[in-house]
Design a binder for this molecule. Sequence first.
Ligand code: BDR
Ligand code: CA
Length: 305
Amino acid sequence: MKKIIIDCDPGFDDSIALMLAYGSRAFDIRLITTCAGNQTLEKISKNALKVLEHLGIDDKVYMGAEKPLMKALEVAEDVHGESGLKSDILVSDTKKSPEKNGILKMYQEIMSSDENVTIIATGPLTNVALLVSSFPDVLARIECITLMGGGIHKGNVTKYAEFNIYTDPEAAYIVYNCGAKINMLGLDVTHKALINGDVIDRIRKIETKGSKLFIDIYNNNKEFYEKHTNLPGVPVHDACAVAFEIDRGLFEVEELNVDIEVKDLERIAMTKLVDMEKAQTVSVSMDIDFEKFVNYLCEALENLN
Ligand code: BDR
Ligand code: CA
């Protein structure tokens, strides 16, 4: 079974990514780590625990970086709310506390694994950057880094920049240039994974703990997308990164030379296309078989009871 670490900042779509990962039964999930992004580290770590607790999953959550490498943390309260995860179900506090030293734990988990480990990163890349720069020997043991971030010629914070990369551009620069295989699921593809009424009708009929939480999260988040975007549904960005590791056949991928803009302040955090010699190739997903994606999602939600 594929061994994975999920590094996340839940976040409504990170929570859906967690549900897809656990419900798919496709992975040996070695570790969940958290990175400040959508909200403060404390809030998003609690959210991760709440999601797991609600689903009856006993795994621990390890906290990583509290702030980006160079910038101050700018949370996405407008999208994910004051708690970082708008929900009517997950209202009471978790009885558990998150563990500390997530980056060290990542290193130990990868080095002690008998097989290479895949990192699925659905938040800013601070933890992954600290991991590969503090412990470069880990690189030989990382199968690949599959991440939600960026967009070719697309942004959602600025015209050029997507939230995860914008939150910590220097970390993204380190990761995109670290030598590991990078699979990028950016706005090009995540804006094609849009949940709306038809899918919701299907999910509502599943009636498991997982499907009920999905509906709750969707209901609490759809208003933002209706009011502030032209998208005909709610993009489940982070779930695309998990889906990529479940079945790469769902995605149309282009091998592109991508780097991160860290100097030009107007274009800061842009995932930019560069000359062949200057960068390693990144596998960029450009399209998704949405019908099959929904099938995987529904199957996973059926298993979460
Ligand atoms: C990304 O930013 C966050 O707000 C979401 O959780 C997702 O990872 C989308 O731009
Ligand atoms: Ca996220």
